[in-house]
Design a protein around this ligand. Structure first.
Ligand code: NDP
Length: 375
C-alpha cells in the first residue's frame, strides 16, 4: 500500500489513519486496454461531499464495461455527468480509474453520513462516471454502499454488486417483479451463464419464478445448479422454434441483444403486461458517434419505434440500465445470508493481473465472475 499518515482534521469527515498515495489501475487515454497502467503512486481519493465515504477496497470484479470504457465507450454521456457545465478542458477526466464494484471496509465518513462508521464491512457498485474500484481506496456516496454479507469472503462479495444491481434494475425497477409479484411468473433469460445471468437466475428462483435460460451446452449444469428450471442451448439452429414452443413468458431479460429480439419478443404472452427488458442498448454508443444531442434524438427514435411496434403486438419493450442502489444491496445481502443466492466466482486474480483478466474477459465465455484481490 501507500505511505500511512494520520488524516488531517478537515472538519468534513471522521476518519482513521489513511494513505496519501495508493496503487491503482489507471486509464491514461482512450487507447483500449493497452492504455491501462498500474500506478503505485496514484493520489488518494478525497471526500468532497458530506454524504461520501472512503472505502478500502479488498476485492473488486471485472465487468465488460471496464474494457469498453478503455476504448472511450460512453465518454460523451459520462463526461456530461462528470462536468455538466463543461468547465473543465477536454479529457480532464483522465487518468481514469476503472472498476465498478468492490467489497471492502469503510475508512472515513463525511459529516452527514449516519448509517456507516469507519471499520464497517461494506460492498458497493459505482456509476460509470465516477473514479472506480481498481484501486486500494475509493470514494462513494453513502447511498451507493451497504453492509456486506459477512458469510462471504471479500472476493466472493465483490463478485456480486454490479451485476446484481444491473439485474435488479432490469427485473425490479423496469420489469416490475419483486418478492411478491414474481411468484409463478415465467421468465426467459437470454445469456444465462455470465455475471448478470447467473445472478438473475438465482434472484428469480429465490422469489418463486419459473426460469428458462439460454446458454452454451457446457454451461447447462451450472445454471441447473443455480436453480434454472429449463435451459436452452443458444448455439442450436432451432433455438427460436424451441423457445417459441414453450409456454409463453411474462418477462424476457435480454443480456445478448442484436437480432435475437426479433424472435424473442414473440415468446412473450401478449396482452397481459408482459415485458421485454434488454440490457444491450445503443444509448451511449449513439452519443459517442453522433454527439450528445443528435445521439439522444436517435436513441429516442429507436426506442420509440420499438416500444410502439411492441405495444401494437400486446407487449411492453424497455431498456434496462445498471443503477447504483445501496438499499437494494441490503436486500441482496439478506438473500445471500439466507443462502438463497450464492456468489459464482470463476477466477480470482491478484491485483497485478487486472489487465490480463480484462484481456481474458474480452475473449468471452465467462461462467459467472472474475474477481481481483486488492488488499
Ligand atoms: P459476461 O461477460 O459476464 O457474460 C456474457 C455471457 O453471455 C457469457 O457467459 C457467454 O457465454 C454468454 N453468451 C454470449 N452470447 C450468447 C448468446 N447468443 N446467447 C446466450 N448466451 C450468450 O457479461 P455480463 O453478464 O456482465 O453482461 C451481460 C450483458 O449485459 C453484456 O452485453 C453487458 O454489456 C450488458 N450489461 C448492460 C448493462 C446496462 O446497464 N445496460 C450493465 C451490465 C451489463 P458463451 O461462452 O456461451 O458465449
Amino acid at each position: 500500500g501507500g505511505s500511512l499518515a494520520a488524516a488531517p482534521a478537515r472538519g468534513l469527515c471522521c476518519s482513521v489513519a489513511r494513505a496519501s498515495i495508493m496503487p491503482a489501475w489507471q486509464l491514461q487515454s482512450y487507447g483500449g486496454l493497452d492504455a491501462l497502467r498500474y500506478n503505485a503512486n496514484t493520489p488518494f481519493p478525497i471526500i468532497v461531499y458530506p454524504n461520501e465515504v472512503v472505502v478500502r477496497v479488498h476485492a473488486s470484479s471485472l465487468n465488460p464495461i471496464d474494457a469498453a470504457m478503455s476504448r472511450g465507450y460512453g465518454a460523451r454521456v459520462l463526461n456530461t455527468m462528470r462536468d455538466p457545465l463543461r468547465m473543465n478542458p477536454r479529457d480532464s477526466e483522465l487518468p481514469l480509474v476503472l472498476g465498478r464494484d468492490c467489497s471492502g471496509v469503510i475508512m472515513e465518513c463525511g459529516v452527514s453520513v449516519k448509517h456507516f462508521r469507519p471499520g464497517d464491512e461494506v460492498w458497493l457498485a459505482l456509476p460509470p462516471w465516477k473514479q472506480g474500484t481498481f484501486a486500494e481506496f475509493v470514494v462513494a456516496s453513502a447511498n451507493e454502499v451497504a453492509h456486506r454479507p459477512l458469510r462471504l469472503s471479500h472476493e466472493e462479495a465483490a463478485s456480486i454488486p454490479y451485476v446484481a444491481l444491473t439485474a435488479w434494475s432490469a427485473l425490479v425497477t423496469t420489469g416490475g417483479l419483486n418478492n411478491k409479484t414474481a411468484r409463478g411468473k415465467r421468465v426467459l433469460i437470454l445469456g444465462g451463464s455470465g455475471g448478470v445471468g447467473t445472478f438473475a437466475v438465482q434472484l428469480l428462483k429465490a422469489w418463486g419464478a419459473h426460469v428458462t435460460a439460454t446458454c452454451s451446452e457446457d454451461a447447462r449444469p451450472l445454471l441447473a445448479g443455480l436453480g434454472a428450471d429449463h435451459t436452452l442451448d443458444y448455439r442450436h439452429r432451432d433455438l427460436p422454434e424451441r423457445a417459441r414452443a414453450l409456454s409463453p413468458f411474462d418477462l424476457v431479460l435480454d443480456g445478448v441483444g442484436g437480432s435475437l429480439e426479433q424472435w424473442a419478443l414473440r415468446c412473450l404472452r401478449p396482452w397481459t403486461s408482459a415485458k421485454y427488458v434488454t440490457l444491450v442498448t445503443p444509448l451511449l454508443l449513439n452519443a459517442d458517434r453522433y454527439g450528445l444531442g443528435d445521439g439522444m434524438v436517435k436513441s429516442g427514435l429507436t426506442l420509440g419505434r420499438r416500444v410502439l411496434s411492441s405495444f401494437y403486438s400486446g407487449v411492453h419493450y424497455r431498456w434496462g440500465f445498471f443503477t447504483p442502489n445501496g438499499p437494494a444491496l441490503d436486500d441482496i445481502a439478506e438473500l445471500v445470508n439466507n443462502k438463497k443466492i450464492r456468489p459464482v466466482v470463476e477466477k480470482v486474480l491478484p491485483f497485478q493481473d487486472v489487465l490480463k483478466g480484462l484481456h481474458a474477459m474480452e475473449r468471452g465465455h465467462a461462467r459467472g465472475k472474475t474477481v481481483v484481490t486488492i488488499a
